[in-house]
Ligand binder design. Sequence first.
Ligand code: C2E
Ligand code: MG
Ligand code: MG
Length: 740
Amino acid sequence: MAVSADANDDFLFIDDSEEDEILDDQTSDSWKVLIVDDDPEIHSVTQLALSDLIVLGQRLEYLHAYSGKDACQLIESNDDIVLVLLDVVMETDDAGLNVVKHIREVLTRSDIRIVLRTGQPGYAPEESVIKDYDINDYKTKTELTRRKLVTTVYAAIRSYQQISSVTQNRIGLEKIIRGAGELLELRSVHEYAQGVLSQSQQLAHSGRSLFCARGQGIIDGVDDLNLYILGQDGYSSVLINQGIEKLKDDSAERAITSCFQNKEHQISAESIALYLSSGGYRAVIYIELEQELTEIELQLIEVFLANIAIGYENVHLFQKLRNAAYKDWLTDLPNRLEFVSLLDRFGQTGSSDQVAGLIDINHFSDINDGLGQDLGNQLLIAVTARLKTLSEKCTFARVGADVFGVIGPAEVVNPEHLSALFNQPFGAGEQNLPINACFGLCEKDDAGSRGVNILNQINIALNLAKKNQLEHFVYYKKEMEEQTLWRLGMIRQLRTDFAENRLELWYQPQLSLHTNKVIGAEALLRWRTADGKFISPAVFVPLAEYSGLIIGIGDWVVNQACQQIKTLENNGFDDVSISVNVSIPQFRRTNFVDTVIEATKNHDVEPNKLELEITENILMDDPQMVIDALVRVKAEGISIALDDFGTGYSSLSYLQKLPLDRLKVDRAFVTDIAQPGESMIADTIINLGKQMNLKVIAEGIEDEAQQAHLISQGCDEVQGFFYAKPMPADEFLVFLQNNH
Ligand code: C2E
Ligand code: MG
Ligand code: MG
């Protein structure tokens, strides 16, 4: 075979080729070329003609097949063959063409380049075959001078490389598109960072990698502008949320920092620091390379960065939304929603020395109303700052307007330490405001496992703490919840029963010790439930107060009492007055006094026949408000009695300001009044009443000895089972008729 050994050709070829390269012994990669020919000589001649050829930096390596069948097998078992120099006519006239079909159709290898060679021009394949099977070249064997052969091989391998880089590109792009799509779904910066690292792994021969950005606004509690590690692959997870200096790797740190500062990629043979930026959010992806990046990889990475940048902006926007949803805008503390998830964690993984609590500022609404919302806000910010001084181990949240949440170790989250925070006044604007707080606490061992439940538990404790007059804190215990459930059930029942008119007002006669005549009665609520059982007002009145139901019920009581006064008048008893008990929530309503006055008017009742019984405790909350209301009541001529006197904590100075008509000596001081040495308190109260020019009525008289002692002390009036138990309205009328 006259394959050219033409020196001129060789010379020209070498001269022509700027791309032909000096053989580099280090070049280990090679292009695999399969020579298929039934003529062994063609194999050696071809190999000789192409000897020492380096194409695009790589040698050629030859595989040999002497029949179409062998060729097919070899191609199947060597998936890195790039070029097949293929004889058309071998065992059969179309053996070569069958190989072509096998490559393209059976193996679906579209990247392998094929050069057909034939001994006789007459065997040239159809043009359609060349097109359909993507044949690179068609040559007669006589055309195969070294120069032509080299040119053909060179062109074919270049074409192979272009095809394979397009394929690689396509695969890479597919990954990018899929990856960027996945990244778009991620909602937290940390997840995103981790996702980016695992995606970029697939784009280059890379080793360890890091995702770094400024910590401020991303990592809780970080407010500096240094670079932090948000994601890592191949390093250590303890590096997450740490500054990059924790890497203890100068060159990495330098590359990351200068990438961030110069806003451009830093590329070296060992590593790349990629600059990621979108919508003002910036980050650096640092990747250690196991192999220098190829041009294609670099291009792909650029595309990748462009694709994921929008995702980076998204996670930030999402984080902002999250902050808005989970942070309190005023104090920057976690809000109620976030506190619930913090409690979730406390319930599920917290250690048993942990305590969760609520801190409620007393009378915050007064400050807000009195001094303005701006000052109120400043106060809350000052409280937040003070709370944070408790311990670094505590987490705080703002759960309600004036309610803070706390989770931390029992050694600091306890009534003593929490109270101490409120010892000093708080600066707000020009003011220095002394404030107190109540604490509802729950130890880990008593806590439920779900955040919402725990919040409920602490809330139960807090509500009890608010009512507690001696101490301002309560620890949640399981029994409380049962009580709460029971209370809620009772309240629900009371609401329906009141709406269905099941409440009754009974009357307990009051008598004058001077005349032994009935002078009036105390109206007392009775609740007979559907099953006929009576529930004591001592039980349900506090529930009605707690739930606010007492307002409607109290109105009803006043009106019933007025109606009763009228009924008695109509029956000839025009000197019998009725007292009704009044609770704190009724006073808090601004129109309370008006509704009472209106009731007397509506029923055409002389105001002095109606008496309001208040307890000392009413004064605890807001003495001035109560005093003002009572002065108005009194001005109308309505009488006022101080009930359960001696059991409360009010100071005598307040009592003096009350426009009272009667003092009621509580049953507790009457019970043992006839026993030697036990009458002192009752005697004192009777005396006090006289000195204050008030009538004194004793309640709870059950026997004659008690009555005798009261008479001896000059007590004016009495009420008790000794005379009569509370009774329904119609019975009271009969009682009057019999005892007047
Ligand atoms: P209170 O105002 O001190 O009413 C007196 C209570 O002493 C009544 O209990 C009465 O039945 C009871 N009592 C009277 N004499 C004797 C006696 O000789 N021996 C004993 N053992 N008890 C006697 P009751 O009716 O169970 O009422 C309890 C409390 O419920 C009342 O105490 C009052 O604080 C509250 N209450 C009742 N009705 C109303 C109401 O209409 N409105 C409000 N706000 N509270 C009410
Ligand atoms: Mg009473
Ligand atoms: Mg009483």
